[in-house]
Design a protein around this ligand. Sequence first.
Ligand code: PMP
Length: 443
Amino acid sequence: MKEKSVLIQDQEFISNALKLRFHPITVTEGKGCYLFDENGRSFLDLTAGWAVANIGYGQESVAEKLKEQYIKLSFTTQLSAPSQTMTELAEKLIEMTPGDFSKKVWFGHSGSDANDLISKLVPAASGRPKMIAFMGAYHGQTMGALSLSGHSAQAKFEGKGNVIKLPYPNPYRPFSGISEHLTEQTIHFMNEVFSTICPPEETAGIIVEAIQSDGGVILPPDDFLAALRQICDQHGIYLIVDEVKVGMGRTGKWFSFEHSPIIPDAVVLGKSLGGGLPISAVIGRQEILDSVTAGHMFTASGNPLCTAAAIETIRIIEEKDLISQAEKNGQYFLEGLRSLQKKYPFIGEVRGKGLVLGVEIVTDRLEKKPDPVKTSAICYRAYELGLLIYYVGIHGNVLEITPPLTISREEITEALHLLDQTLQDVAAGHVDWEQVKQFSGWA
Ligand code: PMP
């Protein structure tokens, strides 16, 4: 009963602007990869709270560090007094990101405010007005960030008019219908754009996700980022990589762009950086980060608590070797999902890198027609069976799997078992359509 009342309060008191509900769940506890509701029911969380809880829920050493820090110094505003934890974290992040050039770091609270910085400071640093971004990209919901995004979640708003969106190379759904030489096709398209509406001498930067996650867990061809880097170098354009969702070890490297031989001019971090506390960061060339004094500052940016949590989160990832675990366990998970694909013809494709995995749901494999209705039914049925999973993608038909990096082989086996049961039930029509309609996420 109590659980229901929270859901009713949620309906009554919480702004719709904040809502994207996939399940009628309220959560009171989290430990490791599991969440618990008020009745003590457990849910195996394949979302990590939208790729935030990379270190799992309830890491005690983070709690200890937070308590210690709160007692020592609970707050200091960066408007006047930098804290030791902020500068320590900045130094660590500079050390972690590649690039033999002078770098600086900015701190905020969300992926959105960090990408907003990009939308302001990259044009300011280069003296050029325009930006290039990609269709399907999700960079956030504040004005600058939504302007860079090409995701349907932002379609309700008109962004700043200085961003040109190009198709993202999707090997499963190539924009020209031809999947060969996808990178070349994209670069050709970019050159067309350069010779018409967006000349390179007016282009400040290109922002890209190395794996487009909210866009549908799309892994571009291996040579894509290197080709972007080359074109940026040719024209003096900055290359910015948004690692908010898939960074911090999730793909089997600290940053997902490290699977390619490139060095970005700026890297955007958020979500998992604080192990659950709200913190984002941009690490990049000094000339970008210093281009506007007092140009993107918030009272609580770089506060001692969130920065202390981030320092401890990084320490845990290193100590527990979560990056190589993500790689190995991701491979195991991927193989399990591929076995399920053999069983269920409505799984069009399974793909992923490390612990970023996508399962594309289609009406049939040959036609590849997206099946968003079945996808939301799967999410809902999985929830009923005790498994939390969201879906993403511009067609709303890709199950996205981003569990805590601490997930064990046993937990993956359990997840695959529950997913198998879910798919079997949905295929057999065991679906509560009224509920599915009510909790249909992006739809
Ligand atoms: N960038 C990427 C790649 C994201 O996936 C998201 C959120 N899904 C954001 C930015 C925005 O982050 P936030 O919700 O913290 O503003």
